[in-house]
Ligand binder design. Structure first.
Ligand SMILES: *[C@@H]1O[C@H](CO)[C@@H](O)[C@H](O)[C@H]1NC(C)=O
Ligand SMILES: *[C@@H]1O[C@H](CO)[C@@H](O)[C@H](O)[C@H]1NC(C)=O
Length: 442
C-alpha cells in the first residue's frame, strides 16, 4: 500500500510539471501561429493598398496621404483573440512567464545579480538623481506665494468637485512638461492640464517587498491645482496608483485603453473614456469667462503587455496617447507609456501623427536586453523613435525611480548621451530632467 502510494507520488512529481509545461507550450505555439497569420494578412493588405498609390479613379477620391494613413491605422490596429490582446508587430516574439523565470532565477544566479541593487549608493539623496520642486508660479501664473503663504507650509488639499478639473486657477498657455518620476508627467498645453500614468506613492505596491522609490516624489498630487485629463497607458502597478484614482476621482477625465475602465470605475469614478488604438475622443476645456477650447486625444499603438494580477495577463490593452489642440497654432504631445522599440511601428506612427511638439519617451528598464528589448526600449531605440515620429522635444522618462531591471540606476542618461552622439541628436532635442523640474517648450 505504502510503496504504491509513494510510486504514485513519484509519478505525479514527474507528470504534473511535464503536463503543465506541455500545455503552455501548446498554448503559445497555437496562439503565436494565429498571431503570425494575422500579421501576414495585414502586411499583404497594406502592401496592396500602398502599391496602388498614388491613387486614381473613384476609389481614390481622397488624397494619397489620407489613404496611406487609413491603411497604416488598419495595419496597426489592436489584435485580440482567445480573450487576450497580442502585439501585431513583426519584431515581437512570444515571451511566456518562463522567460521571466529564466531571467530572474537561472540567469541572475549565474551572473550574480540575484540580489543586485543596481549599484545604488547608500547616501540619500542620491547625488546623481537630482530632485527639484515644480515651478508652480509658472504653471499657475497668478498663484503667487501671497495666496499660499510660505509660512503655512504645504497648501491645503485641492478641492476637486466632479467635472471641475480642480481649483479655478488660471493655467499657463505655454507648452510645459514637468517630470514627476517613472512615467508620471504633468503637461500643460494651450491651458489644458494633462497628467500621465499617475504614480506618486513611495512604493509601487502597499507591500514592504515592493520596490521603493530612489528619490521621493517631487510634489504631492494635491499641489497640482488642476488636472483636466489623466492618460493611463496600461494597468501595471508603476503606471497606475489607486491612491491617485481615489484622490482625483471624477474631477478629471480618465482616458485609458480598453479593459482598464472597470478597474478605475471600481473606485466610483464615472468619467472614464476607453480608447482602442487610433480611436479618438474630443475633450472640451470650459473655463469661466473664456472661450471653450477643443482637444483631440488619440490612442496610439505601442509594444508592451498588461497585468494587474497573475490571472488577467493581457486581458486589457496597452497604449500610448496623443493630445492635440485646435488653436491657431496647434500644439501636440505624445505619452508613449511603456514600449519596446519597433521600427516598423514607429515609422507608421510618424507617418500618421508626425510631427509632434513634445514626447515623453521611456528610456529605462532595458537590461537584460535579450529579455527586455521587446517590452522596454533602450535609449538608442528611444532616440530612433523620436526621429521617426519627428518629435521637436523629447523627455526621457521611466528611469531613476523604481529599480526593476538589471542596468545600473544611473545608466539610462549615460546611454542616452551615447545614442545622441551616434544619431546626431542634440540635448535640446532629447533630454533628461531632474525629477520635478518644469521646462517650457514654447
Ligand atoms: C501577454 O502578451 C505578451 C505580448 O503579446 C506575450 O508575450 C505573453 O506571452 C502574453 N501572455 C499570455 C499569458 O498570453
Ligand atoms: C490661458 O493662458 C493665458 C496666458 O497665460 C491666460 O491669460 C489665460 O487666463 C489662461 N486661461 C485659463 C483658462 O487658464
Amino acid at each position: 500500500m505504502y510503496a504504491a502510494g509513494l510510486y504514485g507520488l513519484k509519478r505525479a512529481v514527474i507528470i504534473l510539471p511535464v503536463a503543465w509545461t506541455g500545455a503552455w507550450l501548446g498554448y503559445y505555439a497555437y496562439t503565436d501561429t494565429i498571431r503570425r497569420s494575422h500579421i501576414r494578412d495585414r502586411n499583404d493588405e497594406l502592401a496592396k493598398t500602398l502599391s496602388r498609390l498614388p491613387g486614381e479613379g473613384s476609389d481614390f477620391s481622397k488624397p494619397a496621404e489620407e489613404i496611406e494613413r487609413e491603411a497604416l491605422k488598419k495595419r496597426y490596429s489592436s489584435l485580440k483573440f482567445a480573450g487576450r490582446y497580442w502585439n501585431p508587430y513583426v519584431e515581437w516574439r512570444e515571451q511566456g512567464a518562463w522567460e521571466w523565470a529564466l531571467w530572474k532565477i537561472v540567469i541572475s544566479t549565474i551572473t550574480l545579480k540575484l540580489f543586485y541593487n543596481g549599484g545604488v549608493p547608500p547616501e540619500r539623496p542620491i547625488p546623481d538623481l537630482p530632485l527639484e520642486r515644480p515651478d508652480f508660479s509658472l504653471l499657475y501664473p497668478s498663484t503667487t506665494s501671497s495666496i499660499y503663504p510660505v509660512s503655512s507650509g504645504k497648501p491645503d488639499t485641492t478641492y476637486r468637485s466632479p467635472g471641475s478639473g480642480g481649483s479655478d486657477v488660471p493655467v499657463t498657455d505655454k507648452l510645459t512638461c514637468t517630470w514627476l518620476g517613472q512615467s508620471t508627467t504633468y503637461v500643460t498645453l494651450d491651458n489644458l492640464t494633462i497628467l500621465t500614468d499617475p504614480a506618486l506613492s513611495d512604493r509601487t505596491l502597499p507591500s514592504r517587498i515592493a520596490p521603493q522609490r530612489l528619490r521621493p516624489s517631487p510634489c504631492e498630487l494635491s499641489e497640482l491645482k488642476r488636472v483636466d485629463v489623466v492618460l493611463v497607458s496600461h494597468n501595471h502597478f508603476d503606471h497606475l496608483d489607486p491612491e491617485a484614482i481615489k484622490e482625483l476621482g471624477d474631477s478629471c477625465e480618465w482616458v485609458v485603453p480598453p479593459g482598464v475602465g472597470p478597474f478605475i470605475r471600481s473606485f466610483g469614478v464615472t468619467r472614464v473614456t476607453e480608447l482602442d488604438w487610433w480611436q479618438e475622443t474630443k475633450h472640451t476645456l470650459s473655463r469661466p469667462g473664456q472661450k471653450d477650447k477643443e482637444f483631440t486625444i488619440t490612442a496610439v499603438p505601442n509594444m508592451h503587455w498588461s497585468a494587474r494580477s497573475p490571472l488577467d495577463t493581457n486581458a486589457t490593452l496597452w497604449a500610448a496617447f496623443h493630445v492635440k489642440s485646435h488653436s491657431e497654432k496647434p500644439k501636440s504631445f505624445i505619452h508613449l507609456g511603456d514600449t519596446g522599440y519597433s521600427p516598423t511601428l514607429y515609422h507608421a506612427v510618424g507617418r500618421v501623427l508626425g510631427p509632434i511638439d513634445l514626447a515623453a519617451i521611456p528610456i529605462g528598464s532595458y537590461e537584460p536586453r535579450w529579455h527586455m528589448h521587446l517590452q522596454h526600449t533602450d535609449p538608442e531605440g528611444a532616440v530612433r523613435m523620436a526621429l521617426q515620429m519627428k518629435v521637436g522635444k523629447s523627455v526621457g522618462v521611466h528611469w531613476g525611480t523604481w529599480l526593476m531591471s538589471d542596468e545600473a540606476y544611473n545608466k539610462p542618461p549615460l546611454d542616452l548621451e551615447l545614442a545622441r552622439q551616434k544619431l546626431d541628436v542634440t540635448e535640446d532635442q532629447f533630454c533628461v530632467l531632474p525629477a520635478g523640474k518644469t521646462i517650457v517648450i514654447e
